[in-house]
Design a protein around this ligand. Sequence first.
Ligand code: TXA
Ligand code: MG
Length: 336
Amino acid sequence: MTRILKPTPDGIAQAADLLRDGKLVAFGTETVYGLGANATSDTAVARIFAAKNRPRFNPLINHFPDADAAFAQVEANDLARRLADRFWPGPLTLVLPRGPNATICDLAAAGLPTLALRVPRGETARALLSAVGLPIAAPSANPSGRVSPSDAYHVLRGLEGRIEAILDSGPCSVGVESTVLDLSRPTPVLLRPGGITLEQLSDICGTVRHADDYASKRPIAPGLMASHYAPSLPVRLNAEHVGPDEALLAFGPPLPGSKLTWNLSEHGDLEEAAARLFSGLRFLDSEGERRGLTGIAAMTVPRHGLGLAILDRLRRAAAPRPPVSGDDDDLADALG
Ligand code: TXA
Ligand code: MG
């Protein structure tokens, strides 16, 4: 049984107890719902991988109530501190070399010499993290490879019975995951576009390299696998017309002729679009399937600001699927 906890002092205290006890608790952040576990315990973290069916080589983001707690785990540098001052609490994850006093277990780091850290902005999330007093590893609270959850109901649909509780703090305001920035290299590398835009980062970092710039076939961050965030119906990108059997994911004035439409933002607002993205994919997927539609046609969005994160998620939703999604070995093969 999965319990739903209210974001009251009592609900937060219960969630904290469960986490300290090695159990799995999903909780809302400003980006998406995270599936939390005690990041210092291999046993607790192993439960995350099991509940999500997540490939074991994929490292997790560790969550903290404040920058001091986060930086105690790593070799922080000047740039990391400036970014934290500006964007924490908020949708930015920093990857830094593991420090000598780190307590995060190897499984959460997937054996890497670096750690991913984040201080989320949600009030409830921060109250929970303070109450637990331990780093909390939390990937998005969905079965591996599927659409991320932006409210408690999404979490329940994907993971009911596989996790102890969900701390329900309502819908997520940002709606796409945090930006992941690797600061363990001479030049910062953008590993995943997200809630903090490249323009915002560049203000403080100057040059930011894109993970795609590295001419390597193997993803430099394990989470950069092509197929991810996948609904069941196939997704077609850059749609300029809608087929008779397609649902439409619109942005701005919708294409004519669609029988089933979810508009990310009628006025072309990228923040609104990011916040409505995962709900929209879920809606078109389930409602489209119910009506016998065979695909989702996605209109494009501008290539700046939060548009980069939205396009990244859409590309992954449209990518060829691994042979059997959710199976560790097949995913490992698909990654090469
Ligand atoms: O918004 C978010 O970031 C959400 C909420 C719950 O906080 N969390 C989230 O976590 O999206 P997850 O585990 O789904 O995404 C982790 C990303 C992956 O792309 C992973 O490869 C990367 O962070 N990552 C984690 N540790 C890393 C490391 N040491 N080096 C490089 N990439 C790392
Ligand atoms: Mg995820």
